[in-house]
Ligand binder design. Structure first.
Ligand SMILES: O=C(CO)[C@@H](O)[C@H](O)COP(=O)(O)O
Length: 214
């Protein structure tokens, strides 16, 4: 299992300390949430901060754009050194074009589904994707309860990926802990994003290793 700790739950008053932990941990990615107060009812961080994060982080950045019109910011995300750029299905009128532009910019293209968006909406784009991010909470805040139906969605997405011959990875974000993570692993998830479970743990490195072992 690949693990991407979500920076949203880190201590923004002392990011240096959290980066020391993350950099020496077995985490595979650093998940960075960008929120605009329009697509989701919260505002997080923007590009100057992500650039500073890039200088501190020794893990590849997985940037999750919870914003309207994410296509306007592809080059800025690339300039922040992101390896993966995730855009919401619900935020892109011309998803095929956006996915191609992300890839042309040299990043891996991820498409995110809100909890109420069915997996079959990706049928005609799945073969072009590097990753699908299933939101297992309504996006905007850390610390929410896992939505159980996400397990069905992950199983259905796994079947869609296998049937289409796609190489897309399945990432899941929201309410991930040891229990939900184990169920997600069984359902077919490849990457677990975890905020509170990692950063509120007495030993964040151990929490990361626990998720990795699932
Ligand atoms: O994108 C989001 C929330 O919108 C997530 O990345 C959260 O940061 C996950 O937090 P936990 O549910 O793991 O506490």
């Amino acid at each position: 299992m690949l693990v991407a700790p979500s920076l949203l739950s880190a201590n923004f008053a002392n990011l240096q300390a959290d980066f020391e932990i993350l950099n020496s941990s077995n985490a595979d990615y650093l998940h960075v949430d960008v929120m605009d107060g329009v697509f989701v009812p919260n505002i997080s961080i923007g590009f100057p901060v992500i650039k500073a994060i890039q200088r501190l982080a020794r893990k590849p950045l997985d940037v999750h754009m919870m914003i309207v019109e994410p296509q306007k910011y592809i080059s800025q995300v690339r300039d922040c050194g992101a390896e993966i750029m995730n855009v919401h299905f619900e935020a892109c009128t011309h998803l095929n074009r956006v996915v191609h532009e992300i890839k042309e910019a040299g990043m891996k293209a991820g498409v995110t589904l809100n909890p109420a968006t069915p997996v079959f909406m990706l049928e005609d784009i799945i073969s072009e994707l590097d990753l699908v991010l299933i939101m297992s909470v309504n996006p905007g805040f850390g610390g929410q309860a896992f939505i159980e139906n996400s397990l069905n969605k992950v199983s259905r997405l796994r079947r869609l990926i296998e049937a289409s011959g796609s190489h897309a990875l399945i990432e899941v974000d929201g309410g991930v802990n040891e229990m939900t993570g184990a169920a997600l692993s069984k359902a077919g998830a490849d990457i677990l994003v975890a905020g509170s479970y990692v950063f509120k743990a007495p030993d964040p490195m151990k929490a990361i290793d626990t998720l990795k072992s699932l």
